[in-house]
Design a binder for this molecule. Structure first.
Ligand code: ADP
Length: 339
């Protein structure tokens, strides 16, 4: 029998308990992104003092930099509730309807991956964002009627890894637009210290710095790497922690001194070896690597572009001399000293 997939609103996935434990709960616990943090705190403070709802906020930046963390901390600062939806799961206006009607006064509706909203859903959002009302069409053809339904004032927080894919009318309806950038090694080291304390695995500065330098400027990766190092330490190093142990554990995962993993290096190697250094289009690279171009564009390229290991030209991607140099130095997997 043929089966059909029903469009449905997915419940936001519960993060694993450890992830919840590491995610800052309040803005004051967040490390880095100082300018964004300060501007958001001013807007929150002003909304609180005036007793108004906070303006709609758009957060963009590569994955793992804290968009969801900001979105979940903001309602706590405001003393209000949050509903979480994903752009990919909102296939039609009716999927968005329950979220909008459930919004209480001043509450936050967080839509992750907002660039994936279909245009019909986007258009349904416009009056909701601007005038806190929705237009619902009942019936078909000549019998069709549009009714206006007022909503309680709410704050939409949208997050995206692809600001460029957001249409201008949607973008313009966000009062506050913030871009999250990669974290500095010092900020990441502070995050590693904070997380290692929470995981009951304190470490010295040198070890925290090493993990920070190998985490691609991304808190999520720093935390994931930390967990792996903790497992490695428990299983292979009697629970001890040192810079040598951290390095060995990371090299075992193929993570090199720039923090690139095997997949990042395969991307660089594909451009260098298969396409003679480029320029080459993203689709050709993705086909050769048997992966999706979206994965490369979202997860792999932003950091490599940032490190100037590749460049984007009108004719495609090219590896830089720095990228070629980096490939010339393969990681010494499993050869690090433990103690
Ligand atoms: P995004 O939504 O941008 O993909 P998240 O907000 O889910 O990223 O962040 C991933 C993880 O990184 C969080 O669970 C949290 O533990 C950590 N993290 C992110 N930003 C910060 C920060 N500013 N300070 C401390 N930890 C952070």
């Amino acid at each position: 029998m043929e089966s059909f997939r029903q469009p449905s609103i997915q419940a936001p996935e519960e993060p694993p308990p450890e992830d919840r434990a590491l995610r800052p709960q309040r803005m004051e616990e967040m490390i880095g992104q100082r300018a964004v943090h300060e501007r958001l705190m001013i807007a929150i403070d002003a909304a609180r003092k005036r007793g108004e709802s906070l303006g709609h906020i758009l957060l963009d930046g590569p994955p793992g930099l804290g968009k969801t963390t900001f979105a979940t901390c903001i309602p706590r600062e405001l003393g209000t509730t949050i509903q979480i939806a994903s752009g990919a799961a909102l296939a039609a206006p009716k999927d968005l309807l329950p979220y909008l009607t459930n919004c209480s006064e001043g509450s936050v509706l967080f839509i992750d991956e907002i660039h994936r909203l279909p245009i019909a859903v986007e258009e349904f959002l416009y009056p909701a964002m601007e005038d806190f009302r929705i237009d619902i069409t009942l019936g078909d053809g000549v019998a069709a009627r549009t009714i206006n339904m007022p909503l309680r004032p709410f704050t939409l927080v949208g997050a995206t890894t692809r600001a460029g894919l957001i249409s201008a009318p949607l973008r313009d309806r966000f009062v506050i637009r913030e871009h999250l950038d990669y974290y500095s090694p010092a900020e990441l080291a502070a995050i590693v210290h904070r997380s290692s304390g929470k995981l009951s695995m304190p470490m010295d500065d040198e070890t925290a710095n090493e993990i920070a330098h190998r985490s691609r400027g991304t808190p999520r990766l720093a935390n994931n790497r930390l967990r792996w190092i903790r497992d490695f330490s428990t299983s292979r190093a009697e629970g001890l922690m040192s810079v040598g142990i951290a390095r060995t554990a990371l090299e075992m995962q193929g993570i090199d001194e720039l923090g690139l993993d095997g997949f990042d290096r395969r991307y660089l190697e594909t451009i260098q070896r298969v396409f003679a250094g480029g320029p080459v289009g993203i689709e050709a690279i993705a086909h050769t690597m048997s992966t999706a171009s979206d994965t490369l564009e979202d997860d792999v390229e932003p950091y490599l572009l940032r490190c100037e290991l590749v460049i984007r030209t009108p004719r495609g991607r090219r590896i830089t001399p720095k990228g070629e140099d980096h490939l010339g130095a393969p990681p010494k997997v499993g050869q690090g000293k433990l103690f």
